[in-house]
Design a protein around this ligand. Structure first.
Ligand SMILES: Cc1cc2nc3c(=O)[nH]c(=O)nc-3n(C[C@H](O)[C@H](O)[C@H](O)COP(=O)(O)O)c2cc1C
Length: 351
């Protein structure tokens, strides 16, 4: 459905890296829901990888249930990104993505991220070094991609030219988040400008990103911009099944949500939360971390679940993962009595 260099993705839908959210447990959860063609690690500091920083190695963790997995690196021309990319390939990366969009001061003031949009010549040199190293190390097996914003601000719409120049250097796909760096994450993503990047590149796929919060939006973004794939960020935190729904609609060629497109029940959502707790138990560095993660995630999930204040409270105040499981099990029982036995798809429970 979407080819990036030598990598064939089963669907053109990608889970966005979202630092602090799209960890291994969440990536597996989204994949289990269906429809995810590719998911990536959150941004990884190249020096921290090579220094063996425990936290960064945790962030880089992947496994067979998380395949194909991209690893996203950030840094600038002075950083050992080519070496870190080779490390990533040796540790399971099926694609290397270069972060050219992070607006956060810690990254964009000196290290990289959106800073790379300000000096396109040095970004090209950096990219050339990474592409060359990855080509040699993987024997052309692992594609290198870039994820960028439109530009630093409205006066600097660099994405079309930069994407075209990077294609000539050997980048095999570009993801465009349709915002300016100065916007951070607010305001609307400008899909028309994403379309201008699509028009500017030669033959590599452009992946559109920004404000896809309903399955229909993924189809709209492809239609409006001509992009070959769609990356979903915050929409997936709220509805991790959005990929499956969007993919079903793509297969049906539908312009509105047909009845046959899976719509999760309340019971399904409760079971999915339990599954997320299970995955966190398995893949978090410690129980405290898992508890902290689920406390922040319940607010996202609750957005589509109606009045569940007691469940939110129980998740928020649980002091162990066992307590969390007990709380969600109670709600699963309530939901079963209320809604009939529509559970998770079988594939989700197969691990
Ligand atoms: C809290 C947060 C953390 C993010 N971390 C990353 C990151 O590590 N790497 C990256 O390329 N983009 C990161 N992003 C940007 C997203 O990948 C995505 O481009 C952006 O949220 C727009 O897509 P959306 O409207 O679907 O959320 C982050 C966004 C948010 C809100």
């Amino acid at each position: 459905m979407l080819r990036i260099g030598s990598l064939s993705l089963e669907t053109p839908l990608l889970l966005a890296p979202i630092a602090g959210h799209c960890d291994l447990a969440f990536r597996i959860l989204c994949r289990e829901q269906g429809g995810v063609g590719l998911a990536s690690t959150d941004l990884l500091n190249s020096r921290a990888i090579l220094n063996g920083s425990a936290r960064t190695l945790e962030l880089a963790a992947t496994n067979d249930f998380d395949s194909p997995c991209g690893m996203q690196l950030y840094g600038n021309d002075q950083d050992p990104l080519p070496e870190a990319a080779c490390w990533a390939i040796d540790h399971g990366a099926k694609l290397i993505d270069i972060n050219m969009g992070c607006p956060v001061d810690k990254v964009a003031k000196k290290h990289g991220g959106s800073l790379l949009l300000r000096d396109c010549a040095s970004t090209q040199r950096l990219t050339e070094r990474i592409v060359e190293a990855v080509r040699k190390h993987s024997g052309d097996r692992v594609p290198v991609t870039a994820k960028m914003r439109l530009g630093w601000d409205r006066e600097h719409f660099v994405a079309p030219k930069l994407a075209r120049d990077l294609e000539q250097i050997g980048i095999q796909a570009v993801t465009v988040h349709g915002r300016w760096t100065v916007q951070f994450f607010s305001g609307k993503a400008d899909w028309d400008r994403i379309g201008e990047v699509v028009a500017a590149v030669g033959s590599i796929p452009v992946i559109g990103n920004g404000d896809v919060t309903e399955p229909q939006h993924a189809l709209d973004l492809m239609r409006i911009t001509g992009c070959a794939g769609v990356m979903v960020g915050r929409g997936a935190l709220r509805t991790p099944w959005i990929f499956r729904q969007a993919f079903e609609m793509m297969k049906l060629g539908s312009s509105s949500t047909p009845d046959s497109v899976f719509e999760p029940s309340f019971l399904y959502k409760c079971q999915m939360i339990r599954r997320h707790i299970e995955l966190l138990t398995e893949h978090s560095p410690c129980e405290r971390h898992a508890l902290h993660t689920m406390r922040s995630r319940i607010a996202w999930y609750s957005k589509t679940m109606g009045p569940i204040k007691p469940l939110k409270e129980a998740i928020r105040t649980a002091t162990t993962l066992t307590e969390m499981v007990v709380a969600i099990e109670e709600w699963i029982e309530i939901a079963k009595n209320r809604a009939g036995p529509l559970g998770l798809p079988e594939a989700s429970m197969s691990q």
